[in-house]
Write a protein that binds this ligand. Structure first.
Ligand code: NAP
Length: 285
């Protein structure tokens, strides 16, 4: 069945792959981005794949922009069936080194951005007793990683937000929630993180420096040799499977590496369904 799919953060990386894969699956796709001057990349990808992708402006940090985009899509299509919260930004600095402005920005993009977009659509989903909120989280939502405490906190927050809503909104109003937890995706993401470090004073010369240097150089080696990184297309294919499923997972890793890395937290309940039922049984039975 063709669905109306609204995706955030489609100027690059996974967002572009999600838009193309969704269009290839026959869905009506609204690929959104905060800066429309970057629409060339998704336009080119859609053209190469011979699919139609509608491009719209949406800044997840701006409620008015979110509302305007949702209105535009609902005017055109009558409804949205699937929201994919994909927009996100990484951040590598210790708490001591991070400014409060940086911390607020990371939380705003990665957490509040998800809340703003979900809030803009959830009433419409409830009225129709249908809808699917898919949020691209990270293995960093399950396993806190060095110098990533602010980013991981934002992704942990997203997970709690989605998990809590799924516990009562899914069983009562038929809306699905899925959190996708990639390990690494080959995209501009890591380079953007390091650019941000450079733009905000570089690696500071303090007691953390040797640990940070070891982490960063190790990351480059791991990216070159290992199986941490997937292509955006591989992750997008898994998101499409979730979208097509009648009983989508509450959470899913996207690679063997991610599964193994998170296993200490996920082995007992890989897709989160047992936990979801446990919460329902505890509070609503
Ligand atoms: P990416 O290429 O850097 O894409 C991030 C996207 O988010 C870009 O389109 C960016 O737009 C957008 N964005 C940032 N701030 C925004 C805002 N305020 N409003 C709207 N869009 C905004 O990285 P990616 O790998 O595709 O990341 C996609 C998702 O995967 C993110 O949620 C990320 O946390 C998650 N993830 C990535 C990795 C990885 O290793 N790459 C691993 C696990 C999870 P601009 O071009 O305007 O900045």
């Amino acid at each position: 069945m063709s669905k109306v799919v609204l995706i955030t953060g489609c100027s690059s990386g996974l967002g572009i792959s999600l838009a193309v894969h969704a269009a290839q699956a026959g869905h009506r796709v609204y690929a959104t981005m905060r800066n429309l001057s970057k629409r060339g990349a998704p336009d080119d990808a859609a053209k190469a794949a011979r699919v139609t992708v509608n491009v719209s402006q949406l800044d997840v940090q701006d409620s008015a922009s979110v509302a305007a985009c949702v209105d535009e899509v609902i005017r055109a299509e009558g409804q949205v069936d699937v929201l994919i919260n994909n927009a996100g930004a990484g951040f590598v600095r210790s708490t001591e080194q991070a400014s409060e402005d940086d911390i607020n920005w990371v939380m705003d993009v990665n957490f509040m951005g998800v809340v703003r977009c979900t809030k803009a659509l959830i009433a419409q989903f409830r009225e129709r007793r249908a809808g699917h909120v898919i949020t691209i989280s990270s293995a960093g939502r399950l396993v806190g990683q060095l110098f990533n405490e602010i980013y991981c906190a934002a992704k942990f927050a997203v997970e709690g937000y989605m998990e809590a809503m799924s516990s009562y909104i899914s069983p009562h109003f038929g809306i699905n929630f899925t959190v996708v937890e990639p390990g690494g995706i080959a995209s501009d993401f890591a380079a953007n993180v390091m650019n941000h470090v450079e733009e905000t004073g570089g690696m500071l010369d303090d007691e953390y420096l040797p640990i940070l240097q070891k982490y960063v150089s190790g990351a480059q080696e791991r990216a070159a040799g290992g199986d941490i990184y997937q292509t955006a297309d591989e992750v997008a294919a898994i998101v499409m499977e979730c979208m097509a499923s009648d009983g989508p997972p509450l959470r899913t890793r996207t690679s063997k590496w991610g599964e193994a890395f998170c296993a200490l937290k996920t082995d007992l309940d890989p897709d989160g369904k047992k936990l979801q039922q446990h919460v329902v049984d505890t509070f609503l039975s």
